[in-house]
Ligand binder design. Sequence first.
Ligand code: SF4
Ligand code: FES
Length: 338
Amino acid sequence: MAKITYDGIEIEVPDGTTIMNAARQLDGKLAPPAMCYYTPLKGSGGKCRACLVRVAAGSAKDPRPMPKLVASCITPVQDGMVVENNSSPQVLEVRKGIVEMLLINHPLDCPVCDQAGECSLQDFAFEHGLSTTRYEEERRTFDKVDIGPLIQLHMTRCILCYRCVYTADQLTDGRVHGVLGRGDASEIGTYIENIIDNDFSGNVIDVCPVGALTDKTWRFKQRVWFTKPVNAHRDCETDQCAGRVTLWYKGPEVLRVTGRKDENGEVKEWICNTCRFDKKETTDWTIEGPAPVDRSSVVSANHYELPVLNQQVIADMPASTVRELAQNPPLKLGGLNG
Ligand code: SF4
Ligand code: FES
């Protein structure tokens, strides 16, 4: 075990834990922001620099500070390490620069972007960025591309985090897309004119931190804060598909289906394209109840109204959940049938 001090708080974690994961064990809200690291994806992290922290003491054996800020998502802790995140003015200052850099080529199209309201870059810029830009040069622009039958790529918005590449590598047999070109000519693309159509390819949409990869069955249907996320499951026959999802309702209509995310905004279990794109009827699913939404999310500003629930689903719910649904004014047991 290694004992570290993180922003003045002591925590003990197993050897080999990264600074990011140690901070998340302490409290996800105190952890550094992450734009490229994604726990379920091996090899992710180290690309975006959003998570830089200051190591004020390297270890008990060698308490010298590290000379430069380090990426917390790929730096393992050492016993006696002292880490500064929000307590370091240098980190906060550098983070402003990272936001500025990530926004160099990113368009300001949040008002028309499907990711708005659940975009990691939007949150990152809001929490750590400046309200002005010094950038005067021309931005890179790209045409939208249908990178798969149901997935559209807006390369203009991509921050080259590599998450979609690792997802395709680790979930599908035979990745057909990747980062082509080098330096400022790098871009996500398929080689050559291939399309992404593997059974699990839809997961690239869930891992994309920005609106670069979008679900064509959901595009422009609704702003996410007008929808109501509800957890549901089905007995999916596709091997390795969890069948446990979040349904995003507008009224009685399921507008999209996504994988469920944890408190760090990472997908808990991968789902197949059939569950994601083809099962858009409430009758396809067993409804479990409202999906937990972070209080700070714009989605939580909305009110829940449960869609049709049959008596069996209610009978299977813990009594405390039923009580809460009945008592909590925003949660209504609406549209009961059967
Ligand atoms: S398309 Fe999205 S997930 Fe893929 S590299 Fe770009 S920002 Fe990351
Ligand atoms: S989250 Fe650590 S470098 Fe991107």
